[in-house]
Design a protein around this ligand. Structure first.
Ligand code: ZN
Length: 123
């Protein structure tokens, strides 16, 4: 895994973690709104202010979640999604040779070039 891939993997993890907290922020927003309504009913500015504060913070976090979800979908669409760590095993090395006609790298076992189709001399 090269450096660019590991950065993408780390970004993906961060976005994924952020996106999973979305329900928490929705609850926070609802609690804030309830506080605002209750504060209005009992005409208590401190409760209203607290409700606005909680609702505003939750709303900001929700926007951040939306952003994270968008980034996740972009990463998934681009196919740059890094393979899960458990499945990340190195593929076995494939022996290759160079086509004697066109110079294309082909499997060492192939008798004909995959690119130009010409027969390879027996190695
Ligand atoms: Zn060839």
């Amino acid at each position: 895994m090269d450096n660019r891939n590991s950065i993408a993997a780390r970004k993906y993890e961060v976005y994924k973690r952020a996106a999973t907290k979305k329900s928490r922020y929705i609850i926070g927003l609802l609690i804030g709104l309830i506080f605002i309504v209750v504060g209005m009913i009992i005409s208590n500015e401190i409760v209203i202010f607290g409700g606005i504060l909680v609702a505003a913070i939750s709303l900001l976090n929700l926007v951040a979640c939306r952003y994270a979800e968008k980034q996740l979908s972009i990463i998934e669409q681009e196919g740059a999604l890094p393979a899960p760590r458990s499945e990340a095993k190195p593929s076995p090395p494939v022996k290759t040779k160079v086509c004697i006609h066109c110079g294309k790298l082909i499997a060492a076992s192939s008798r004909f070039c995959e690119e130009c189709g010409k027969k390879q001399q027996n190695a």
